[in-house]
Design a protein around this ligand. Sequence first.
Ligand SMILES: C[S@@+](CC[C@H](N)C(=O)[O-])C[C@H]1O[C@@H](n2cnc3c(N)ncnc32)[C@H](O)[C@@H]1O
Length: 455
Amino acid sequence: MAAPVAKDQEVELHVDTLAYGGNGVARLNGFVVFVRRGLPGDTVRARVTKVKRSHAEALATEVLAPGPARVDAPCAHYPACGGCRFQDLAYEAQLAAKQEQLADALRRLGGIGEPPLEPIVRAESPFHYRNKLEYSFTQLGDGPSLGFHKTGRWDEVLEVERCWLTTDLGNAIRNSVRAWAREEGLQAYDQATGEGYLRHLVVREARNTGQVLVQLVTAKGERFETGYFVDVLRAFPEVRSIHWSVNETPAEVTNLPTTLLWGDDAIEEELCGLRFRVRPNAFLQTNTAMAERLYELAVEYAGLTGRETVWDLYCGIGTIGLLTARDALTVWGIEVSEESVACALENADLNGITNAAFFAGNVGEAVEELRDRGGDPDVVVVDPPRAGLAGKALRRLGRIGAARIVYVSCNPTTLASDAKQLGAEWGYELVRARAVDMFPHTPHVETVALLERAA
Ligand SMILES: C[S@@+](CC[C@H](N)C(=O)[O-])C[C@H]1O[C@@H](n2cnc3c(N)ncnc32)[C@H](O)[C@@H]1O
């Protein structure tokens, strides 16, 4: 079908649903238009931004008639701030959209006619749920400030006064670092010119223990009095660990070696009754309460009796592995980040768990060696990044052929295509799956899926 629209054309659209990724879906005489900022049920005026053979993209510029699930967004920075996408969509509608997106991915990309889905687990708190926030510094007329990138802009940062995804404590810490930066007369780093000094601030709050870790990222050189920076943060008794990183590259990253300025080198979090040490660069699910629900589901799906060998692949700081160790014979974990593996090993000790071992390695490469060392697994838990199981990891896991794979996924589309391949080539069947809403007001959704292979 020839596209019925042209770039920059203004059109009136009725939005039917939300696509995975967060855009509204509208149809013009059957031709699909993805509408940024369009919500289900809305009639909007929109400007076409891109036209392709199979679909077009548009930006809603005016809501002509709001859909039934439109609500007022509570945050003063919404929608300019790129942190949230759906504060104006009622939470029930967000849940329904995520459930449908998972079902649609499993049907379309997974080739599963009737996906065996359980109802999505709703977030315990739709706001203030994040335990880690990464802020960028920006230079304003009256001094440096902190905030998030503006929607769709990598080159512009929006100053944030109160973020609804963190806590009052998280907001207070960020605002006191802003006051410190101004008092010290420091300049924010400018991505375009490479001038300036302050780059990022990372605040991590272990929500169940109350411990906070702060990491400041600057450009090269020691241009601040570290003792005073520490004093400013120690005004918050929750702050237990203060780090400083230098980023000499243009890349906007915070995953950097750190110098400990004060306190313990790690903080501790408690999840499902176990303690976990968390260092600055170690992975920790960013919604503590819902991570507990996710892990409980993963353990339930693993169906352990105490006799199993469990592999925890992409294990991070060992969370899932250590939680399954209570009900398994042996647990082996693999993780590419050495810092996370160091935490996983410490965490086993911290909890007196002696039947779990963790190794640094790339899953695709390391599973054969693990099999030589530890024998065949009965249950494999995988929790890969958004790209899913890379080709080699999937093939090797297929060949190893554990009876049960518990797949924890942060991307329904790669979960669906991996499930399809595990089914078609290696005889696995998807028997249960359940989405968990870890990230309200964003398009992201986490899923736990159980794949079984007939003996
Ligand atoms: C989604 S996180 C899951 C971590 C852990 N299961 C948890 O819940 O905290 C994915 C982890 O996979 C690791 N990772 C990414 N690619 C990897 C690879 N090819 N081999 C091993 N680990 C990898 C990342 O460092 C990260 O810790």
